[in-house]
Design a binder for this molecule. Sequence first.
Ligand code: MSP
Length: 510
Amino acid sequence: MAGEKFYITTAIDYVNQKPHLGTAYEKIGADCMARYKRLRGFDTYFLMGTDEHSTNVEKEAVKRGLEPKKYCDEMSERFQSTWKKLEISYDDFIRTTEGRHLAAVLDLFKKIDDNGYIYKGKYEGIYCESCEEFLNEKDLVDGLCPVHRIEPKVIKEENYFFSLSLFEKPLLEHIEKHPDFVQPKIRAHEVINVIRGGLDDVSISRVGKKWGITLPSDEGHVVYVWFDALINYISALGFGGDDTRLFERYWPADVHVVGKDITRFHCIIWPAMLMAADVQLPRQVYAHGFVSLEGEKMSKTRGNVIDPEKMAEAFGADGLRYLLMREVPFDKDGDISVESLVTRYNSDLANELGNLFSRTLAMISKYFGGELSGVMVPNESQLKRELEEAITQYYGDMDRMAFSRAITGYWSIIQRANRYIEEKRPWDLARDESKRDELASVMAELVMVLRSSGVILFPFMPVKMADMLTQLGVGKPDMELLPFDSMEVSGIAPARPLFPRIDSIPDNLA
Ligand code: MSP
């Protein structure tokens, strides 16, 4: 496993609106996975980016009196700064207005064209500019786009088409042969149904537009925004450029993490484009669910609460990451409220984990002056056995991106360790000199749990867990050292608190 590569990507966000809790949810999930894989020794590459050639982006720029590129520069900066505040550890950030992206789009377009899968034809149909999608009459509700409730544009123009219809069979065969290609299963069923329902060729260029990638062979056309955007996953690796080393090392992607609303693009159009260009397909598309706030869609809800930066100010970046991953299972939709997050924060982080940590450090300082030397966790330790089982379970859950299960499964160890303190009553042991060894081994078991927790929970809470590990005398998180059952403990001092209690709804979210 060590040294094996792992390439993970997220959807690239449209820059016509600010990052919100929904888009942040996706990036946090992908980041937890990337950090987990790094800890497991994978040569991990994590890509994010911004999707800039959208009509909505152009419109928004015009509204503000800015050149589209200038507006994108500002917004892309803003996205990157938010992601940094949320401790998202991407290795590269691709913008679809970059030269390297342009090179890849033109190259892939040419390969598909050379292979005979692009033709010029007349497009007559309807297009929702908010979806950036060609629609079918049968999808409309009262003549309006079902998502945006706006009237779609009637388009009659000469376009380039991609022969998607020729890929029905190869796509179905691929999905059948690779049952993990679309995850979770429910999304695979949906995708299979769409393909079985029949695929039409898709228009991949627009005329009369300035904002977008112009086709050198036919300058009246710009590339359709989705055709352009999907290619980011390879343009960032140098595909179509002079230096293709990253592409050779990391492609095919191990997982594209995207929302459930864009599976048609990622599980049908994108793999067909790659097949048409003789490029390998990604190993998996993981379509996560949607998070909503107090039953409302993100776009309609109170500004501050959906602003991930404001949320991170209230709960800490790590607190927010933990809460989102704990409360909304990655494969499902989930609704959250500020109140429920405060309750969860206090019960899990301030009380259970925070107290376990501060009580243990306080006892080691008080009873042993902060030093425990050559202490082993006893072989027959029940806690160690349970911890080992929990770690195996955790690996399984993380490998499937079942983050909420990974957390709740592991949390039983933290609760167990707190109960263990109550059962063992170290304060009584400390009064009896003959029980000194027993007291030391109880402390060792607690240190084992805490050090393990620091590593296990590191992907979710990188800053707090690094702090916790430092206070426990561990230099850096290392999964090879799990479950930390033999130890030297020195220099332990009373804890600097990790998760201060939140007593009321934070002001900036009220
Ligand atoms: N630009 C396209 C993606 C192109 S990928 C080649 C796009 N952008 S988006 O800004 O609308 O959405 C970005 C990602 O955020 C998508 O994966 C989308 O599903 C996800 N989410 C948007 N709202 C969300 C929630 N409320 N909850 C969870 N994810 C959400 O689509």
